[in-house]
Design a protein around this ligand. Structure first.
Ligand SMILES: [Zn+2]
Ligand SMILES: [Zn+2]
Length: 348
């Protein structure tokens, strides 16, 4: 089969690799679509999280082409998407149901250690329907189903903040994850959602996806604007947003996020940063803010598929480009041009 192989920073080439073979507990999926994730860009640019030779791609969907002899409840032709993270099932985090925080399993996940889905076929080990493998409802397209993974990230972040109908929420950074947070905050019952970005296209899409107010941080001071909307924060500084989700990965915006959050409010950090970021810890203490990272997802896939099927959230507007597998290198370049792209997918 053909696969896009990461050879080193900014180098992806197409290789002919052996077709994957399902072991007794595995399935093989013919990849219909696979999205490029923000974390893939970190890998592509800096080699983060992966080694040369890795086939990336963890946001995928497609029909099953092989089913291992021990696998229950799945058959060839089933339309599926999969949780790429592998878990050991035995460590304390796995035993408490937080497989996304598994202490040992993640190193051999699909696209991280195991070959990913920027390829014609991908093998998913230890296939369990309703566990790591999810059947796609008939009215959800493969392209939309390949967005379940990042939508699950957004749902996990939104649930962590537990928004209520009187809450004013700010989402900073309206890339794929930030936009998914906007949709999911609304779907989880948030009152007002404010989106912050510097790209007019992303701000426009945020409004279409349910944001009540958007702020162009290139044209106005985002913190001052949130302050105008919410009122001045404790001790006469900052603003008083009930919930802030930082999804930009820009260090100065994490500082703004801390200042935007009200006393007793919640800050959720859903982005990754290059290097160590200094923060004003005193504000966190004095405002007794709840600050938490949110990473990946914890069983949100089936809920996201239901939400897509019922129309409560939508995926297609996020897909700005689709490339063939042969054009994988171009696809990464397209994903990097933030003014014109939201989610770039590769369709092998
Ligand atoms: Zn992802
Ligand atoms: Zn574990």
């Amino acid at each position: 089969m053909k696969a896009a192989v990461f050879e080193g920073p900014e180098k992806i080439t197409i290789h002919e690799l052996p077709d994957p073979v399902a072991g007794p507990n595995d399935i093989v999926v013919k990849v219909s679509e696979c999205g490029i994730c923000g974390s893939d860009l970190h890998s592509y640019l800096e080699g983060a999280f992966i080694s040369p030779g890795q086939v990336m791609g963890h946001e995928f969907s497609g029909p099953i082409t092989q089913v291992g002899s021990n696998v229950q409840g799945l058959k060839i032709g089933d339309r599926v998407t999969a949780v790429p993270l592998s878990t050991c099932g035995r460590c304390p985090r796995c035993l408490e149901g937080s497989g996304h925080l598994c202490e040992t399993g993640l190193a051999s996940s699909v696209a991280y250690g195991l070959p990913g889905a920027f390829a014609e076929y991908v093998r998913v080990p230890d296939a369990i329907v309703g566990g790591n493998i999810h059947l796609i409802p008939d009215n959800v397209s493969y392209a939309a189903a390949a967005l379940v993974e990042p939508l699950a990230v957004g749902l996990h972040a939104a649930k962590s903040a537990n928004p209520g109908p009187t809450d004013t929420c700010v989402v900073i950074g309206l890339g794929s994850i930030g936009l998914n947070c906007v949709q999911m905050l609304k779907a989880c019952g948030a009152g007002t959602v404010i989106g912050v970005d510097i790209s007019p296209a992303r701000l426009k899409l945020a409004l279409e996806l349910g944001a009540d107010i958007v702020i162009n941080g290139k044209e106005v001071d985002a913190l001052a604007t949130v302050q105008e909307i919410t009122g001045i924060g404790a001790y006469g500084v900052g603003a008083r947003a009930d919930i802030v989700i930082e999804a930009s990965g820009v260090p100065s915006l994490l500082a703004d996020a801390i200042s935007m959050t009200r006393a007793g409010g919640k800050l959720r950090i859903a982005a990754l940063y290059e290097g160590v970021v200094p923060i004003d810890a005193n504000q966190i203490v004095q405002k007794e803010m709840s600050v938490a990272g949110t990473f990946a997802y914890r069983g949100e896939f089936s809920q996201v598929l239901q939400m897509l099927s019922s129309g409560q959230v939508t995926a297609e507007p996020l897909i700005t480009h689709t490339f063939s597998l042969d054009q994988a290198a171009d696809a990464f370049l397209a994903q990097m041009s933030k003014d014109t792209s939201i989610k770039v997918q590769i369709a092998p």
